[in-house]
Ligand binder design. Structure first.
Ligand SMILES: [Mg+2]
Length: 232
């Protein structure tokens, strides 16, 4: 059965964005005179918490002190702007196969959607940099983290994408790179392809329907046209 829609996570799945996010956080902290700096090891740990503001609050708990919630919200706004500048400056590329998969899906009449914990400006920045087109021209539906109450691993953002697609979960396939994302998609009833990314390679994906090293087209027909057997 050919799916009616493909629903993509953004960070780590469409592109290896996490280093740009980490740099944007660290530059924002330095600019604000805040004595915070996240190493790769710190950020690997922090990525277990979904959402930028939530991540900063988690770090505040780890440190035992830090800025209040209002200041964290302001820092996060500045970080989002800095991230857009970094992405616009180049150096961020789609993961192998992503552009072809989306183009092939659209050519076959399969809808493409985003269900992400990141916020809408970050999706816009990525689409402008990697497709040179606005996000609404690349994707039929965009569901972003700030539009739902509970972030991944809760199913909310995938359920929002399904509602906007007006499609049932069994007609769609989700694409994720993290365990939190996999749990979110499967909780929404979606079969899920996982392509582990730089920051998630060590996570447990044994529950995934398919685990693939990349979304290169040659690997995808089994996912898109069946048989719907689980990956070994
Ligand atoms: Mg991700």
């Amino acid at each position: 059965m050919t799916p009616a829609a493909l629903i993509f996570d953004v960070d780590g799945t469409l592109a290896e964005t996490e280093e740009a996010h980490r740099r944007a956080f660290n530059e924002t902290f330095a600019e604000a005179g805040l004595d915070w700096h996240w190493s790769v090891q710190d950020y690997t740990f922090l990525l277990r918490t979904t959402g930028g503001k939530e991540r900063m609050r988690a770090w505040r708990e780890t440190c035992g002190s830090g800025p209040g919630d209002a200041e964290i919200a302001a820092l996060h706004k500045r970080k989002t702007a800095r991230y857009a500048e970094i992405v616009a400056g180049g150096g961020l590329f789609l993961r192998p196969g992503v552009a072809d998969l989306i183009a092939n899906a659209r050519a076959r009449g399969i809808k493409v959607a985003v269900a992400t914990t990141t916020n809408r400006p970050n999706v816009d920045a990525l689409c402008a940099a990697c497709w040179n087109r606005p996000a609404h021209e690349v994707f039929d539906v965009i569901a972003a983290g700030d539009e739902v109450r509970r972030k991944k691993p809760a199913p909310d953002v995938f359920l929002l994408a399904l509602a906007r697609l007006n499609l049932p979960a069994h007609a769609c396939i989700a694409f994720e790179d993290s365990r939190n994302g996999l749990r979110s998609a499967q909780s929404a009833g979606l079969r899920t392809v996982v392509t582990p990314s730089a920051y998630t390679a060590a996570e447990d994906f044994s529950a995934a329907d398919w685990v693939l090293p990349s979304l290169e087209w040659g690997r995808l027909p089994v996912v898109l046209t069946g048989p719907m057997a689980r990956a070994a």
